[in-house]
Design a protein around this ligand. Sequence first.
Ligand code: COA
Length: 337
Amino acid sequence: MKNAMSILKTKRLILRPWKEADLAPFAALNADPKVMEYFPSILTKEQSEATLKSSQAHIEKYGWGKWAVTLIETGEFIGRIGLEELDFQANFSSNIELGYRLAFEHWGKGYASEGANAALKYGFNYLNLNEIIAFTPVQNMLSRAVMKRIGMHHDSKDDFDHPKLLEGHPLRRYVLYRISQKEWVAQQSDEGLTVRKCKTAEEIKAAIEFRQKHFFDERGIQDPYVWTFGHESHHHFTLKKGNNLIGYAHIQYWPNHRAALRIIVINQKQKRKGYGSYLMQYCEQVLKEEGIQTLHTEAHPTALKFYEHLGYSKMPFDDPEGHPSDKQDTPLGKKLL
Ligand SMILES: CC(C)(COP(=O)(O)OP(=O)(O)OC[C@H]1O[C@@H](n2cnc3c(N)ncnc32)[C@H](O)[C@@H]1OP(=O)(O)O)[C@@H](O)C(=O)NCCC(=O)NCCS
């Protein structure tokens, strides 16, 4: 079965599958010596066409890849940004590479970082990758600046000779930049966000009050599951912004390396700011480190989009305790490992 082809949107850009009409502007940027300064040569129209076709084939096969990039404001094609599986054998810690190439007249406006950030977000949130790498010849300082700006880091121990370039080629030495999922998640928290697994009496009291006020009051019921706070297979996470509690998640550990997200809730005033995603990713990280392989949930219709955005898809819930499900909810899951 073919994967659905993803389209990414940022403030100013659309990253989408390729169209025939992209060939002319793509061939033009690949034939520009300024753009291709750090590539072995400029590309002929035929080579550009082959590159476009192989980028599109990757997107059709996996649903994602190196997308065609256009400006939202004008619709103009400006280049190619995205993730791709390495097309050569290497001993890197990840085989998913981030790449970007833009037409010269669109340099210096932050488009590469904006698009690359969206690709990282997709790779970590949706594909649940452990690490993403990027590489470029040592001399390509502008490209390295983008990698640095989006939070990737470089260790000279990882430098390598590109296997497709002959010895003595001036561009043969490459630098490798990397970012792990954990580093990326931490980097999203430049607003003083902290997540805690509730342990102290004070943390537990605050969490109970929060879930009553923001989750159960909305449904007009008294929290029936306060007892889970003393139960070893139930874990409760709170999200704070500075000193304010703004989110909460309840996770139940199941046998066979499975877990269920029972509740996630963000304070009404703080919704649609990425905090729910941040809390989910944090919990997924913790669970992954503890060897949990799949996280399940039953999504209320109003929360479906939220879970889809984080890479959850339809999966049987199979509650080992056999609690009945609410008919309006959709069973979803995500493989963490
Ligand atoms: C579900 C919930 C936890 C999401 O938290 P949040 O912090 O608002 O979510 P985020 O800001 O991280 O949303 C990330 C993405 O999910 C999608 N999304 C989230 N809420 C959405 C909504 N109401 N409608 C459509 N898309 C939504 C969007 O794609 C959003 O990205 P965008 O804002 O850039 O478009 C929050 O809405 C909530 O507390 N709901 C009430 C409790 C609840 O229903 N919990 C789930 C029970 S199954």
